[in-house]
Design a binder for this molecule. Structure first.
Ligand SMILES: Nc1ncnc2c1ncn2[C@@H]1O[C@H](COP(=O)(O)OP(=O)(O)OP(=O)(O)O)[C@@H](O)[C@H]1O
Ligand SMILES: [Mg+2]
Length: 338
């Protein structure tokens, strides 16, 4: 992929643009991963057979980029693109009135100079009210002759079944390590970042398959440190350092309740770690422990998910740290009794 072709030309733009926008894929073939989806959509566009679409999947996997690039392939020039596409996202008011009026007006008017099918992109469609979704059913059918709808969302279950059945669904999976690594290295080279392999590995580990997170983390680390290595990545992201996680796991597995509570609380306060981040790292760590049987592992994960659930409602972190230690102490006792 020619990454230079995606850079904006003006120097002022380059300074201001966050890398996620600077390196947003402009053409369908620039997208890494999602090959099946990209080739299906390309074929449907080229054969002028585009159905209504529903693109869904976790954040930062290329849904918005795909449909914007698809629209560019369909309409080419920027004047045709802007007159033939309507983009609405969650920041626009999208109650029932917008669906009734704005979409109707756009889909219903004929273009004098641009013939062909119009495209209406409803990004973050899972945030649409259900009344608006119900209104959309009828509108989709009414304007199918001259417009195609593309719904984009994270949670497909929040789209009413009647809308789902009117669309061809494409699920965007989190990007794999290899796919992210290739793109990450290209961007790092284009931006002349000094990176180390452990720095790249750390970004991959912390990103969870989200390309937006990868680029944001790379940019903020490159801005705050000379070299993008493991330590600078972890310090920038605020995630607990691997050595600290080893220490926390040791306290949980081998020390008594009092000591573990005090030490973990002290470390979180001193280093500014959020318990939610500690829990996320801890989960992947205990899943890899070789000498832990499935029964105690299940007990730990069950207890940790309760702590995480309570944390989401915002109670005191200190109490939740104690609760987490309690989960480990109880599990250790259960193993020693059996
Ligand atoms: N498959 C991909 N190939 C290359 N870059 C990608 C890909 N997916 C995401 N990116 C990068 O991440 C940024 C965000 O992608 P995009 O807006 O398409 O994500 P999204 O799936 O719509 O996420 P959300 O659900 O949060 O809206 C893009 O600007 C691009 O830089
Ligand atoms: Mg999006």
């Amino acid at each position: 992929m020619d990454i230079d072709s995606q850079k904006p030309s003006g120097r002022a733009d380059e300074l201001q643009l966050p890398w996620v926008e600077k390196y947003r894929p402009q053409r369908l073939e620039d997208l890494v991963s999602q090959d099946d989806i990209v080739s299906s959509i390309t074929n449907l566009i080229d054969s002028e057979n585009l159905p209504h679409l529903l693109l869904y999947g976790p954040p930062g996997t290329g849904k918005t980029s795909t449909i914007v690039a698809a629209a560019k392939r369909m309409y080419g020039s920027s004047s045709a693109y802007s007159s033939m596409t309507l983009e609405l996202n969650a920041s626009d008011a999208r109650g029932i009135d917008v669906v009734r009026n704005e979409i109707k007006e756009f889909a219903g008017t004929k273009q004098l100079f641009n013939k062909g099918i119009k495209l209406i992109i409803l990004d973050e469609a899972d945030a649409m009210t259900s009344d608006a979704q119900f209104a959309l059913r009828r509108i989709i059918e009414k304007y199918t002759k001259n417009a195609r709808f593309c719904l984009v969302c994270n949670y497909v279950s929040k789209i009413i079944p009647a809308l789902q059945s009117r669309c061809t669904r494409f699920r965007f999976a989190p990007l794999s390590r290899d796919q992210i690594e290739g793109r990450l290295t290209e961007v790092a080279e284009a931006e002349k970042c000094k990176t180390t392999q452990d720095g790249i590995d750390a970004i991959l580990r912390l990103s969870g398959g989200d390309m937006r997170r990868v680029l944001n983390l790379l940019q903020s680390t490159a801005m705050s440190a000379e070299v993008v290595d493991e330590t600078s990545v972890y310090l920038t992201s605020g995630a607990p350092l691997p050595a600290d996680m080893d220490q926390i796991l040791d306290w949980l597995m081998n020390h008594n309740f009092q000591t573990a509570c005090e030490q973990i609380t002290a470390m979180c306060t001193m280093k500014g770690y959020a318990l939610a981040d500690v829990l996320a790292e801890l989960t992947s760590k205990i899943m890899c422990l070789e000498n832990l049987d499935s029964v105690p592992l299940g007990m730990l994960l069950d207890g940790m998910s309760n702590v995480e659930h309570r944390l989401a409602f915002g109670p005191d972190e200190k109490i939740q740290i104690a609760s987490l230690v309690g989960v480990f102490v109880r599990t250790r006792e259960a193993i020693s009794v059996s």
